[in-house]
Design a protein around this ligand. Structure first.
Ligand SMILES: Cc1ncc(COP(=O)(O)OP(=O)(O)O)c(N)n1
Ligand SMILES: Cc1nc(C(=O)O)sc1CCOP(=O)(O)O
Ligand SMILES: [Mg+2]
Length: 370
């Protein structure tokens, strides 16, 4: 066993005083592996998410790993003689986006910590417990990372595409993503579960490839089955508390609302975002009475969570909705049924960006005149 601080090494096994080189190499390689994986995650926390607490958590674990990396472990390294250096798995070469990169590296760190936990027991009496505890810290980090990333992306998404049944479903969604869309909901009321699952999986794949969020309409079970980023629930759907229990804290839950009372309840129950509508009457939801622009103004004043105006919104009435205070809109036909989804998406986004910039300038002028 080794004394962590003095570097003194003894092997308990067979009572010999010599530390087995293979054990040292395993510990050396996995300390390196865990530190490298954490460094990759830390860079994203720092530069991508700009989250000091998450970056600090990675750094603190790296420092703890470094404190275990004794000279005798490094000295045992034999890279030219290691048959594993040439081995790589095709999945190591594939990264479909930031999420898959982060997930792969969390996995890599967790695996390395598990090895350190097991072999470390032969090296130092505390090592097993220390690395077990660190592995749980990485699980928590992974959850926080996904939750943080999802909420940040939601916050930064001004446009939400809700799909409709369409022969060119994948092509339209991909075209909108090409135009800069970052939030997609798969809404399909008539397809059987088998096909819905296959469609959802493919859509999730496409969305994640573009770094966009993928939300499942109505069905918590399907959201979990396809590893969606969240679910959108209506007033008749599962209560938020149950959905949260099933989905965990890291996935998003959206709730439709039509009036102030529903809005306040949805927020109090813990919805991550809400739908506000229908703003206008719409054939996509026949028979649902419009809540109108008055409700959009109410949401602009009172909603403490991100909210999306929805229902009958298109390129022609977009500015009316934005003028009532909406900063985010959700559309079905406005993108699903147009000739050029990429261009229309770009138009929506540029209009919204233009109006936000104007509002920010106005606000700055008011502040500087006050
Ligand atoms: C963003 C967003 N807002 C509202 C809805 C409508 O949800 P719901 O009331 O459950 O109706 P259906 O979409 O299930 O017909 C939504 N889907 N998305
Ligand atoms: C799915 C949905 N939910 C609404 C709500 O108000 O809750 S309105 C709506 C349909 C929106 O479709 P379109 O953009 O084609 O008008
Ligand atoms: Mg619903």
């Amino acid at each position: 066993m080794a004394d962590k601080n003095s570097g003194l090494a003894r092997v308990s096994d067979l009572g010999t005083l010599q530390l087995q080189p293979a054990l040292c190499r395993i510990l050396d390689a996995n300390l390196d592996r865990a530190r490298e994986g954490l460094r990759i995650i830390e860079e994203w926390c720092r530069f991508g998410l700009q989250s000091s607490p998450l970056a600090q958590e990675c750094k603190s674990m790296r420092q703890e790993l470094a404190s275990w990396h004794a000279p005798e472990l490094r000295a045992a390294r034999n890279t030219p003689g290691d048959p594993g250096t040439d081995l790589s798995h095709p999945q190591e070469e594939e990264r479909s986006g930031i999420d898959s990169l982060l997930q792969a590296n969390c996995c890599r760190v967790e695996e390395a910590l598990r090895v350190l936990e097991e072999y470390g027991k032969l090296y130092h009496p505390d090592m097993g417990a220390v690395f077990k505890q660190m592995r749980y810290r990485v699980y928590t980090l992974e959850s926080s990372l996904m939750a943080y990333r999802r909420r940040q992306l939601l916050d930064q998404s001004p446009l939400y595409l809700v799909t409709s049944e369409n022969d060119k479903l994948f092509a339209v969604v991909e075209a909108a993503l090409e135009g800069g869309l970052t939030l997609v909901q798969y809404r399909d009321k008539n397809t059987d579960d088998g096909e819905r699952l296959r469609n959802a999986e493919q859509l999730r794949e496409i969305c994640h490839h573009y770094g966009a969020l993928f939300i499942m309409n109505d069905r918590v079970d399907l959201a979990l089955a396809v590893d969606a980023d969240g679910v959108h629930l209506g007033q008749q759907d599962m209560p938020t508390a149950f959905a949260r229990q099933l989905l965990g804290p890291q996935r998003l839950i959206g709730r439709s609302t039509t009036n102030p009372e529903e809005m306040q309840r949805a927020i109090a129950e813990g919805a991550d975002y809400i739908g506000v509508g229908p703003v206008y009457e719409t054939p996509t939801k026949p028979g649902k009475a419009p809540a109108g622009l008055a409700y959009v103004r109410y949401a602009a004043e009172h909603s403490s969570v991100p909210w999306f105006a929805i229902g009958g919104i298109d390129m022609h009435n977009l500015t009316d909705v934005l003028d009532c205070g909406a900063e985010r809109v959700a559309v079905v036909r406005g993108i699903m049924e147009v000739e050029q989804p990429t261009l229309v998406t770009q138009y929506f986004l540029s209009q919204m960006n233009r109006i936000q910039t104007l509002k920010a300038v106005e606000q700055r002028n008011v502040q500087s005149n006050a």
